[in-house]
Design a protein around this ligand. Structure first.
Ligand code: ADP
Ligand code: MG
Length: 467
């Protein structure tokens, strides 16, 4: 509703506070009011009874008219009560005041009841002429058991009004001071809340524009502090992701440029006649191989990107793992003959049925067996398939170069190659990353056991599930 936290808090607190103050004032004033009217009513009634007694003495000629008047005047003065003693026809018999009374409609109608013997108490203030508001009691003037007139007793409300006003003024004072104090307190606390939020939001914009920003300074342990901490963590993650993106772009362009440079070099050599005609075929073959490698590489890069974006869906089907392994074996047999390796497939368990993405599992086989071919010059490559509990196990062991221990944990990183032969093995370091992604998508595990100089063993577990 309000644009700033400050205004929001301020208005909320203030309205709650004002509501409380108003309620308290209301109750206090009404309590005063009740107490005061009870008191006033009592006084008026007592005075009325005393007037009745004086009148009786006057009628009995125990006191004179002058004495009666001075008694009544004294009483009126001391108690701040105006006393009127009226004949039934409302002509004043004795008025303890100089002024004439101008009776309002209410009182005139009450007179009839009083003449019938009733005592009337009007404690809701009424206005008499231009004077202050008054409350009054009217009672019959009795003599010898007969109603012979009316006694009216008025007392002004000035005092009560004064008290009420004082209560109100005090409350207003409290409200004023409290508004000042709370405005200040709320300002402080809302600045404490809003300042870091504004800071974080500004930094977020900067971060979005790719600018460098410092860490948010954490000043508190509350939610605001937590927001700052979360923001710092997010910033770190973004920077890491950004660095990764830069690395990948650099790696990809490097990986693509190398074969392209060779191809261009070979072709230019032929075109410029630098390469002898009898060597042309050899260099065309080299260019052809490089072009092929480039094709595979782009495929791999696209594959990695797709797997990482999470957009690839597994195309699961039921198939026999043994059959797939045999197919791959036949497909790759040709490569071995070049190197005279002992390439074998062992099926420890027959008829292992998997529910998985067959093409991707084939990719797993090909990638890890290809690695073994690349890094094994003599000896064996042994593929084993097995089933244990609820897992299918694929294992490829070779007697190749092996991998140094400190490098094993990086093998699944993109563009990581652990060999010291540079480009000699023609790998961009994406194969195992793809394998790991595929295994992960099947909720499986992959483990590398390797001894440098002796050989490598890759073991993959794929859970056997049927949906
Ligand atoms: N069977 C293996 N024997 C020795 N080293 C291996 C083997 N398999 C993988 N590696 C090491 O792991 C690295 C990463 O493998 P990979 O991701 O397939 O990339 P690439 O095959 O393109 O080099 C390889 O460069 C190599 O150093
Ligand atoms: Mg590879």
């Amino acid at each position: 509703m309000f644009k700033s936290i400050y205004m929001n808090l301020f208005v909320t607190y203030l309205s709650v506070f004002l509501a409380i103050i108003i309620l308290i004032s209301f109750f206090m004033v009404s309590i005063f009011y009740r107490e005061f009217t009870i008191q006033a009513e009592q006084n008026l009634e007592n005075a009325g009874n005393r007037v009745n007694a004086l009148m009786e003495r006057y009628y009995n000629n125990e006191i004179t008219r002058v004495e009666l008047n001075s008694w009544i005047n004294a009483m009126s003065y001391i108690s701040n009560i105006k006393i009127y003693i009226l004949n039934p026809d409302t002509s004043s018999l004795s008025v303890a005041d100089d002024k004439d009374i101008s009776l309002n409609v209410q009182i005139i109608s009450d007179m009839t009841d009083i003449m019938n013997g009733a005592t009337i108490k009007r404690m809701n203030p009424i206005k008499l002429s231009s004077e202050d508001e008054v409350v009054y009691v009217g009672m019959p003037l009795e003599y010898n058991g007969q109603v012979s007139g009316v006694i009216l007793l008025f007392t002004p409300m000035t005092e009560l009004n004064k008290i009420s006003r004082e209560v109100l003024n005090t409350m207003l004072g409290i409200v004023g001071v409290t508004i000042l104090i709370s405005a200040f307190a709320i300002l402080r606390s809302s600045i404490r809340i809003s300042e870091p939020i504004v800071e974080i939001s500004n930094y977020a914009i900067e971060l979005g524009r790719g600018r460098e920003i410092p860490d948010i300074e954490i000043k508190s342990k509350d939610e605001i502090g937590r927001l700052g901490r979360s923001f710092n963590i997010m910033k770190k993650e973004i920077l890491v992701a950004e660095q990764m993106r830069r690395d990948i772009v650099a790696n990809v362009s490097h990986e693509l440029r190398t074969p392209l440079t060779s191809i261009i070099g070979f072709l230019k050599g032929i075109l410029d006649g630098v390469i002898k005609p009898e060597d042309e075929k050899k260099y065309l073959e080299l260019a052809y191989n490089e072009a092929n490698r480039l094709k595979d590489l782009t495929k791999e890069i696209v594959e990695v990107a797709k797997l990482e974006s999470g957009s690839t869906k597994l195309n699961k089907e039921r198939f026999v793992l043994n059959d797939l392994a045999k197919e791959v074996k036949i497909e790759l047999d040709g490569m071995v003959s070049e190197k005279k390796l002992n390439f074998t497939l062992e099926e420890k368990v027959k008829n292992i049925v998997l529910f998985a993405d067959k093409d991707r599992i084939r990719q797993v086989f090909i990638n890890i067996i290809n690695n073994s071919f690349k890094f094994t010059d003599k000896g064996y490559i042994k593929v084993t398939i097995n089933r244990k509990d609820k897992n299918a196990i694929i294992q490829v062991a070779d007697s190749g170069t092996g991998i140094k221990k400190d490098k094993i944990s990086y093998l699944f990183n993109k563009f990581y190659t652990a060999n010291e032969y540079g480009n000699a093995t023609n790998g961009a370091g994406l194969g195992l990353n793809i394998v790991k992604n595929i295994v992960d998508m099947h909720d499986g595990t992959i483990k590398v056991d390797s001894e440098y100089g002796k050989g490598t063993k890759i073991t993959i577990h794929i859970p056997i599930v049927f949906e």
